[in-house]
Design a protein around this ligand. Structure first.
Ligand code: PMP
Length: 427
């Protein structure tokens, strides 16, 4: 019979215990007890646009697999072949024994695709931001970072020795104020860091405005294109291409965990800068390399991104269809041409209840609460896939409508162009 491990002993009475905060953390258990806990849900089967949980089929409306390439035959075949050729792991960092020809080829192809001199791959997108930002931000420098930037950018800033200035989201006047102060204080290097597409709200950075300020104040610009590479721009190069300011952006960061259907991250830019990062970024030098199957999958996905531009068109059309449908049903969402469609609910418990109602209606979405969004802005993040069928998109809309009734959510349906409330297939 297996014996259950006992909790570790507390320190003597009167002394303070490091673990006290853990035992005092009850919020997640309360939500679990209410049966509306939405995190760490185990998926039994992943078919790309649909998944199975507890034997039930759900439409996946919460994945970053934007182009649907996790199930593309060429991507799967490339991963299989790399497994057979190189085994399951690189068993070391890129710096020492972990660099494969596959990594070098992937970096060459990425640089070419993005029109940059060089690229460098990290084990995740998170580690890319940690490594790049922390090693570039030196003691006399300043980093200007949008308040809604991804957590990995915030943590990269914290790890750097630079002074950190957070500016209000997409607020050029606030950014300029901080730039002017930095110049007056005689800061040497200035780095502006923004997301191209903001991961929770799906809105875009104002890159033309940001780049104009960077030029005026002698700052460098880093854009995290995690949600935009493969998605936006005529060639799928991201927000900077979409907004026609690529030549004014100094560094592009991306991830393989979204459109590239894999795991890993990258930075691309001038060769001298990438060479420096290669020899100073600790998350690159002291962590194991992207494993062979993941590198090969990313490389094969890049082939598809370059050769099948129609996937991007379908993806944006799919997201647009649901965004318009949700708005007609009366949901509060955000107007942006990206695959991310947030639905703002408001308070945390209401959002958890609505997430569960959607789950019960067969729609899998992402619950988003603080600190990822400001208080009162708790939302359901939905995102779409190029390979979603019309039936699946309509099932999402039907699920939202039924869930709002189930959760007692008050909606204000907007009439469509004909003055009628929106009708769905199967009504
Ligand atoms: N940057 C942004 C904007 C992201 O949204 C994410 C992931 N959600 C990352 C970086 C981290 O990427 P990864 O999953 O590859 O660690």
């Amino acid at each position: 019979m297996s014996s259950r491990p006992e909790p570790t002993q507390c320190p003597p009475e009167g002394s303070s215990d490091l673990f006290a905060k853990c035992r005092g953390f009850t919020r997640a258990r309360e939500v679990q007890a209410q049966g509306i806990y939405p995190f760490f849900v185990p998926i039994e089967k992943n078919l790309g646009t649909e998944i199975e949980i507890e034997g039930r089929r759900l439409v996946m409306a919460g994945s970053n697999n934007y182009l649907g390439l996790t199930h593309h035959p060429a991507v799967i075949a490339a991963a299989h072949e790399a497994l057979d050729t190189f085994g399951t792991s690189c068993s070391g960092s890129r710096f020492l024994n972990g660099t494969l020809e596959l990594h070098v080829e992937l970096e060459r192809r990425l640089a070419q695709f993005l029109g940059r001199e060089a690229a460098l791959c990290f084990s995740t997108g998170f580690q890319t931001n940690l490594g790049v930002i922390s090693c570039l931000g030196g003691r006399d420098d300043v980093i200007l970072t949008d308040r809604e930037n991804h957590a990995s950018i915030m943590d990269g800033c914290r790890l750097s020795f630079a002074e950190i200035k957070k500016f209000r989201h997409n607020d050029l006047a606030d950014l300029e104020h901080h730039l002017r102060t930095a110049v007056n204080e005689g800061r040497r290097g200035k780095l502006i860091v923004v997301d191209g597409v903001y991961s929770m709200m799906g809105d875009l950075a104002d890159l033309p405005g940001i780049c104009a300020l960077a030029r005026r104040y002698g700052a460098r610009v880093l854009v995290d294109e995690a949600h935009a590479v493969g998605v936006l721009g005529a060639r799928g190069r991201g927000t900077a291409e979409h907004q026609r300011v690529e030549s004014e952006v100094d560094l592009v960061v991306g991830t393989f965990s979204k459109s590239f259907a894999s795991l890993g991250g990258f930075v691309a830019g001038d060769e001298a800068v990438i060479h420096y990062i290669k020899h100073h970024a600790r998350p690159l030098m002291f962590s194991a390399a992207i494993h062979p199957a993941a590198a090969a999958a990313a490389l094969a996905a890049l082939d598809v991104i370059e050769s099948e531009p129609e996937l991007r068109v379908r993806l944006l059309a799919n997201a647009d269809y649901v965004r318009r449908g949700l708005r007609r049903l009366g949901f509060r969402t955000v107007d942006a041409q990206t695959p991310i469609v947030p639905v703002i609910i408001g308070d945390q418990e209401g959002m958890f209840r609505f997430w569960k109602a959607l789950f019960d209606e067969g729609v899998f979405t992402n619950p988003v609460t603080g600190p990822a969004v400001p208080p009162g802005m708790d939302l359901i993040r939905t995102s779409y896939i190029a390979t979603h069928t019309q039936q699946q998109l309509d099932a999402v809309l039907r699920g939202f409508r039924a869930a709002s009734q189930r959760a007692g959510l008050a909606l204000a349906p907007a009439p469509d162009g004909n003055g009628r409330a929106h009708e769905l297939d199967g009504d």
